[in-house]
Ligand binder design. Structure first.
Ligand code: NAD
Length: 437
């Protein structure tokens, strides 16, 4: 099939490459010329495991190209919309201007029978609005909402082998003409047994909002338990192991730490609350306000604990933050808890150096006031305290004796509860975890 993918960021670039891998002829379109020239040279414009190899591999087949010219969408029968939907400045709601602009520039190229597929995360009601705009322009084209569930760091495998596929179509019917078109697009994962659910437009949009709200709630739940554990002298990691053994609860997403961040969960729960308010259903989601504030409290708590660890004052303390990305295996620093903590520490008088294997370039653009050091050895030399804030594998494997020989003081805070506290303490370190004695 001929497919266009509009918006080639973390979602769209991976989606375009994976669709070509599945055998389709794909054009990726983005307004960002720098991204387009990088992708055209088979270079990933951001770090995502496996993406660059995939780009090289599929571009050799001639099935994948990139351009900033929207007219390249003409001739495709399926058009995926993958543009950003960030939080509006100073408000909780989602900024839909990129979705609207993408739709407007796409419209002249849509032919009868074409399927426009929204993948961006949008407030419920957006699909119906866009479907109206589409049908005014091209009554014989269809609009499907096909929310995306990929995880950064696993985006390629998640796209090629998703847990499930959700198609939101206008009438919610399995017989809708667009369903068979999308079945052809996803023929390979469907043949491998990926479950597929057909819903109406609002249900498909809400599936994504609900999934992200559930994940955020699960993280904030265990972080709330961490607060109580700290007050009671209990250990949240053992608590999570024990409750996670109950099948109804499950151990995944029960890791207490510095909380969630990134370009999705924080803005998506806020946009969901804002939209529920517009619909007169705000009471239903008041718990998400608490989920958000528990999450933000973790960041303040780490600053407090670091001050304690440094003997009561941060002034002049040389602190090394291990990790800048919002999660490991990614260079994405959007709403990164690690960087937010680093910036707060610096504001309170500490001298902060941040290290990260992949995310320093992005970090320096957002927080130019912090110091950055790529090499971990140089970053930790002479430090008064270490903070592990993004759980990259290489930080989990640090040897307390080796690290101990280059820091100024043996103090470490494990913001992700991934280090063996007993081992670090045995090596003479003052060790702090979150929600652990
Ligand atoms: P991103 O900022 O990395 O990418 C968005 C891209 O859209 C940018 O490259 C931008 O230049 C481009 N763009 C903006 N306006 C355009 C236009 N009019 N025409 C063509 N291109 C345009 O964002 P992202 O992380 O890829 O997220 C995209 C959407 O997918 C969001 O709604 C997000 O919530 C959702 N989503 C993201 C993930 C994820 O893990 N990143 C997962 C699931 C869903």
């Amino acid at each position: 099939m001929r497919i266009s993918v509009i918006g080639c960021g973390y979602l769209g670039a991976v989606h375009a490459a994976c669709m070509a891998k599945l055998g389709h002829e794909v054009v990726g379109i983005d307004v960002d010329e720098r991204k387009i020239s990088s992708l055209s040279a088979a270079q990933a414009p951001f770090f995502e495991p496996g993406l660059e190899e995939l780009l090289k591999n599929v571009q050799e087949t001639g099935r994948l190209s990139f351009t900033s010219d929207m007219s390249a969408a003409a001739g495709s029968s399926v058009h995926f919309i993958c543009v950003g939907t960030p939080q509006k400045k100073g408000e909780n709601g989602a900024d839909l201007r990129y979705v609207d602009a993408a739709m407007e520039t796409l419209l002249p190229h849509v032919r009868p029978g074409d399927v426009v597929v929204g993948k961006s995360t949008v407030p419920v009601g957006t699909a119906a609005r866009l479907a109206d705009i589409l049908s005014e322009h091209q009554p014989e084209a269809h609009l499907v909402w096909n929310p995306e569930f990929l995880r950064e760091g696993h985006a390629v495998t998640d796209t090629l082998s998703p847990d499930r596929l959700v198609y939101g179509v206008a009438d919610g019917s399995e017989d809708h003409a667009a369903v068979s078109v999308l079945d052809e697009v996803y023929a390979s994962p469907l043949a491998d047994g990926t479950p597929r659910l057909v819903t109406d437009h609002p249900t498909a949009e809400l599936v994504k909002a609900a999934a992200n709200s559930f994940l955020a709630t699960k993280i904030s739940f265990i972080n709330a338990m961490a607060e109580v554990c700290e007050a009671a002298g209990a250990d949240v990691t053992r608590l999570a192991d024990a409750i996670g053994m109950d099948d109804r609860i499950g151990r995944k997403f029960l890791n207490a730490g510095i909380g969630f961040g990134g370009g999705c969960l924080p803005k998506d729960i806020r946009a969901f609350m804002a939209r529920a308010g517009e619909l007169g259903a705000d009471q239903a989601l008041t718990f998400l306000r608490e989920v958000d504030s528990i999450n933000m409290r973790r960041r303040t708590r780490v600053v407090e604990l670091t001050r304690e660890l440094c003997g009561g004052s941060l002034l002049g303390q040389r602190i090394t933050v291990l990790g800048a990305a919002f999660k490991p295996e990614s260079d994405d620093v959007r709403d990164s808890p690690a960087l937010s903590i680093a910036a707060q520490l610096q504001l309170q008088g500490a001298v902060v150096t941040v290290t990260d294997p992949k995310a320093l370039e992005n970090a320096a653009k957002r927080f130019p006031e912090l110091q950055y050091e790529q090499a971990i050895d140089t970053a930790i030399a002479g430090a008064d305290a270490l903070l592990l804030l993004t759980e990259w594998q290489q930080y989990k494997e640090l040897d307390p004796y080796e690290v101990g020989s280059s820091v100024a003081s043996l103090r470490i805070l494990d913001g992700r509860n991934v280090l063996d506290a007993a081992k670090w303490r045995a090596a003479g370190w003052q060790f702090r975890g979150l929600g652990r004695p």
